[in-house]
Design a protein around this ligand. Sequence first.
Ligand code: GAR
Length: 222
Amino acid sequence: MTTANKLRVGVLVSGRGSNLQAIIDAGESGKLDAAVVLVVSDVADAYALERARTHGIPPRFVDPKAHTSRETFDGALISVLTEHQVELICLAGYMRILTPAFINHFHHRIMNIHPALLPSFPGLHVQGKGLQHGVKFSGCTVHFADERVDTGPIIIQAVVPVFDDDTEQTLAARILKYEHQIYPRAIQLYAEGRLEVKGRRVFCLGNEADRAVREGWGYIHP
Ligand code: GAR
């Protein structure tokens, strides 16, 4: 598949961008029928923008301070994403809440990654909250974004164990490794047109889930 035929992905970031890197790497290694064509940040010095530059992907900083409301800020985001003909938007450590107008504009075309097994532990600092609660398993979730925070239809999840000597940092690092696997996988399923949303549920068309289990993908499903 040539780059011209690939799904055009725009990634929204606020920080270091390790998930962005995983998506770029999967695309460059030919594992994805998708290519990152734009990286947008609301933080001027986000390291993720540097990663984009390194890979020849246009980095864009949209300054929240230049806008008087969330609506006009998100309007600026819509403009830049449309200008680059982005078909799928991936939130990768993007720390702003999107407006309903933005969500509706890209209905079921926005994915988010979250470092917990939703619907448990939405929001921020969730690895620490899981530890404090005493969970024995945690993990990560890729879901379609909806109008509320971390509530949209779940596409894919991975489970990791929590150990007695875990700290917030060690647990976050274990989860992050799986984030880097499931995000490109969710994008590929989308690029293949295999994700069907019915209400809250996302169905994965084809027999991939069965094959994944047979081939020992373990806790990642589908
Ligand atoms: C990731 O762990 C991601 O799941 C999380 O921020 C981190 C960003 O890391 N996102 C959220 O907590 C959103 N609620 P990265 O910049 O290295 O991809």
